[in-house]
Design a protein. Structure first.
Lengths: 297, 620
């Protein structure tokens, strides 16, 4: 396989449930060693896309390749290299943690029992406990330990911090970051935890109503989005060739605009054209950009 | 394989509580011996009976529970992704899970059954079966079938998809199609073949249910509705293929032509060229087909009635009649409808009459225009053209055999061999129904010494030959109406009447040799060849010859053509045998040079005795 080729390639896939389209013609690439954060509001189509990526659901059209191989047709062998942390732990609730690990050990060719034991110990989880006896955060931690112990080349995290407290979230991401640093694995993560993912994401995609409305390098994304506030009514941003992702009233008579193609030259042109004397230009967090693009909750 | 075993092991570990439950239930048969009823049954019988019932019930219940939950519950709970997010194939998932389920079913059955078998010992065999393996095999087969069926139903029902309505429709259509496919076999009384086909279809459908989940999981993966859709996509076309193959097989079986027959019933019409031939079709699982065949032209007409009920002809050979059960599944209650075939018409095909009858209890008039039917406790005569009843009288129940024929179009004679109570032998009773007067009269009676009775009547009914012991007993010729004795024929191995009313008999002499004796104008004694082990007079030719079927051994046969006038055998035909039908018309056949016979190769042939020309009618 070409080392420059993306590890994960989603090629124009659509997922339909009867008349409803959950994923609509989505294409994206995740390069080797990159962390791709797929963002989207509830019902945006993230879970359907993830199921398609994992070969658990056949897309209505398009296809997904991992390491250049079709996931639908070659899921069994590809999954040996893919660690998965599902949104909800799907381990049978009666299984003990140690039994789950035994099961994984019997089917994964690169299983590392010591790595699993070490993480479980670090997470302070008793391996003799049954899955149903664990808290939601502990289940997520077990799933993460399982996913990392298979020595994955690709890690797929489906909203891994959903329902976790701050400490558990921090601990989970530290594990992911640590593993990524150690092994350079490729990560696809869907999450609502934008603050946490901001630190690790190389590339960001935003799903809205099943369509991928944004797919960009995280740094580029953050560099081109700015929030501009000025104390007057809305002015024509296009005077400076700036594109407004959103415009709303701010304070008493002021305006807040989110610009999606900010650069200093364009902003100067806008200021000159509109005789704007004062304006506050601020960079935006990933969460703010997400809200501006995907819409406020 | 590793993944399959891991999944199976995990399934077993998750369901170990079933072993405990089975072990707890295994105690119940022994506790049942404490019940008061156990004193009258005996503790062994109690243990065996309760143990057997419980073992089967446990196996069936476990099968249903596991079938409904093994995949279905994982799918509806969204937990099948646990497997699909791992490097395990759909086949490994299904085989691992189903394998574990099968092991659980077998083990829980054994946990309950085996201790009771060991303790009850021989009593267990008396209570259930000498064949313990058969009991185990039958019970577990039913349980395993239930497991796979439950899985399919569970997957479909749990999806709550609109597709379920289509499944239901297709299931009903499949059942209806199965009935339609098997029906022609049942109508031909091919019960063995029908049973085998039903079992084969059931096994094939079960195999589909066993294998289809691999495709279901392969296409549907972790999505319940897509699993349902994938399962339906594989199950119904596969079931359709099985049904189509079955239908094609049945169509092929029932399409047997006379050349396919290998075993025979044959009956030649008293006059004309038609004969009835039925028998087992070669390579068709014992299926028997029946035909009317024109010996002159080779034309054949397929009959829909069961072969062993045969067909009867009018004396002029222009009308054939036979019976077809009204309800094949319950024909002894529903009775049978009389069908007729007008052999003289241009369109030779069966016609319904709406008249019900039972085998051997009806007769056509000599011209085929009327039929006399003994039904239940009544005797009736119908006009076949109008289906109108011409006369009906109460006859009463018959405990023995019955034969009837038209003496004239207005007189029906009924011969009853009544079995007397307390095994006191037979009484031959003769009745006459006067159609015009609608009266029934007993005209004669004769006590028969033996336990059986062989009757032959002259064409007009004037004389009747009665033999009660065909192995060297005595035959009597009596008046056909009154039973008044006319002549005794001693030592008859086989006796019959000839068309002129005289008798012919095969007798065995003191030295063990066989002779044909005729009692015409001059009595003759014709010694039969020494290699003939048994013989009987079969037919009479138009030029007065007597045809004797001689049996040479287990497979050998020979037809001896005897001239009674000269008192000698004029010709022998090696390998030939005149076709005889078990329910031959009791009236002596009309002498004819053309007979139906089996040749040396077992084929049914039309044989002109005078010219020795033979034409193959059936068999190949």
């Amino acid at each position: 396989m070409n080392p420059e080729a993306p590890v994960l390639r989603i090629d124009n896939i659509s997922v339909r449930y009867g008349a409803r389209t959950a994923v609509d013609s989505v294409s994206l690439d995740v390069p080797r060693g990159a962390v791709y954060a797929l963002l989207g509001r509830n019902g945006a189509g993230k879970s359907s896309l993830v199921r398609g990526v994992l070969g658990q659901l056949k897309p209505s059209s398009g296809h997904v390749e991992i390491f250049g191989r079709d996931i639908w047709n070659e899921r069994t062998s590809l999954m040996d290299r893919i660690g998965v942390v599902p949104e909800d732990a799907d381990v049978p609730p009666e299984m003990r943690v140690a039994a789950v690990a035994d099961f994984h050990a019997s089917i994964y060719s690169r299983w590392q029992q010591s790595a699993f034991d070490e993480r479980i110990r670090r997470f302070a989880i008793d391996p003799r406990r049954r899955m149903r006896e664990l808290s939601k955060g502990q289940k997520k931690q077990v799933m993460l330990a399982l996913a990392l112990a298979i020595s994955p080349d690709v890690l797929l995290l489906d909203d891994p911090t959903l329902g976790l407290d701050v400490v558990a979230r921090k601990s989970l991401f530290e594990e992911v970051i640590g593993e990524m640093a150690d092994r350079g694995i490729t990560v696809l993560i869907t999450t609502h935890d934008l603050a946490a993912v901001e630190a690790i994401a190389d590339r960001v995609g935003i799903l809205k109503d099943g369509r991928l409305v944004l797919d960009e390098e995280a740094e580029t994304l953050k560099s081109r989005f700015r929030r501009i506030r000025f104390a007057s009514q809305a002015l024509a941003l296009n005077n400076g060739a700036l594109v407004a992702a959103s415009v709303r009233q701010w304070g008493s008579g002021g305006t807040e605009a989110v610009v999606s193609n900010y650069d200093d030259v364009a902003f100067e042109r806008f200021r000159n054209a509109t005789n704007l004397t004062s304006a506050d230009v601020a960079p935006m967090s990933l969460e703010e950009i997400f809200i501006a693009v995907a819409g406020e909750a | 394989m590793n993944a399959t075993l891991s999944i199976a092991r995990r399934e077993l570990r998750e369901k170990t509580h079933l072993f405990g439950a089975a072990a707890a239930l295994a105690v119940l048969p022994f506790l049942a011996t404490l019940l008061p009823i156990s004193r009258s049954w005996g503790s062994g019988t109690m243990v065996a009976t309760v143990g057997g019932i419980l073992a089967v019930a446990v196996a069936l219940a476990v099968a249903i529970i596991l079938g409904a939950s093994t995949i279905g519950r994982d799918l509806s709970d969204g937990r099948l992704s646990f497997y699909f997010s791992k490097p395990v194939s759909p086949a490994a998932i299904w085989i691992g899970k189903a394998g574990a389920a099968v092991l659980l079913i077998v083990t829980t059955f054994a946990i309950v059954a085996v201790p009771t078998m060991l303790v009850a010992g021989l009593t267990w065999k008396q209570a259930w079966s000498d064949d313990a393996f058969g009991f185990f095999f039958g019970s577990l087969s039913a349980a395993l079938a239930l497991f796979f069926v439950s899985h399919v139903i569970s997957t479909m029902v749990r999806s709550r998809s609109a597709l379920l309505a289509l499944d239901l429709l297709l299931a009903l259509a499949s059942i209806a199609a199965s009935v339609l496919i098997v029906r022609p076999l049942i109508e031909a009384f091919a019960m063995g073949l029908a049973g085998s086909l039903i079992i084969a279809v059931a096994v094939a459908v079960l195999l589909i249910f066993m294998v289809a989940p691999v495709r279901q999981l392969s296409d549907g993966r972790a999505d319940l509705r897509r699993n349902h859709a994938a399962l339906s996509r594989i199950v119904w076309p596969a079931v359709a293929v099985v049904l189509l193959a079955s239908a094609a097989y049945v169509t092929w079986v029932v399409s047997a032509s006379p050349t396919d027959l290998k075993k025979w019933y044959a009956r030649t019409a008293p006059a004309g060229d038609w004969l009835y031939a039925g028998g087992e079709a070669r390579g068709r699982g014992g299926y028997e087909a029946t035909f009317l065949i024109n010996a002159a032209t080779g034309q054949s007409v397929r009959l829909s009635g069961p072969p062993f009920w045969g067909a009867t002809f009018s004396r002029d050979g222009r009308m054939a009649a036979y019976l077809k059960p009204i309800d094949m599944m319950n024909w002894s209650r529903s009775g049978a409808e009389l069908k007729v075939v007008d052999l003289a018409g241009t369109d030779v095909r069966e016609q319904a009459t709406g008249i019900t009858a039972t085998p051997g209890s009806f007769a056509l008039s000599d011209d085929g225009s009327r039929v006399a039917v003994k039904n239940d406790e009544n005797l009736a005569v119908y006009d076949l053209a109008t289906k109108r009843s011409l006369a009906a009288v109460r006859f009463g129940l018959v405990r023995g055999d019955l034969a009837l024929f038209f003496v004239t179009p207005q007189i029906v004679r009924v011969l009853v061999r009544d079995r007397e109570p307390h095994n006191a032998g037979l009484t031959l009773k003769v009745y006459e129904l006067d159609v015009a007067k609608r009266t029934l009269t007993q005209t004669g009676q004769l006590a028969l010494a033996g336990s059986n009775g062989w009757l032959r009547v002259t064409p007009g009914g004037a004389k009747m030959l009665v033999a009660t012991n065909m192995q060297g007993g005595e035959a009597i010729i009596v008046d056909g109406r009154t039973c008044a004795e006319l002549q005794r024929i001693p030592n008859a191995m086989h006796a019959t009447l000839l068309a002129d009313g005289t008798a012919a008999s095969v007798v065995k002499t003191a030295d063990g040799s066989l002779h044909l004796q005729t009692f015409g104008a001059a009595s003759r004694d014709v010694p039969l060849p020494r290699d003939v082990q048994s013989a009987y007079v079969s037919r009479e030719t138009a030029d007065g010859k007597v045809l004797v079927n001689g049996r040479l051994g287990p497979n050998g046969s020979r037809v001896l053509i005897v001239d009674p006038a000269q008192g000698k055998i004029v010709r022998s035909e090696e390998g030939m045998r005149i076709a005889a039908y078990p329910w031959e018309d009791i009236r002596v056949a009309i002498p004819s040079n053309r007979v139906t016979a089996y040749d040396g190769d077992g084929k049914l042939v039309a044989w002109d005795v005078t010219t020795n020309a033979k034409r193959v009618l059936a068999g190949s």
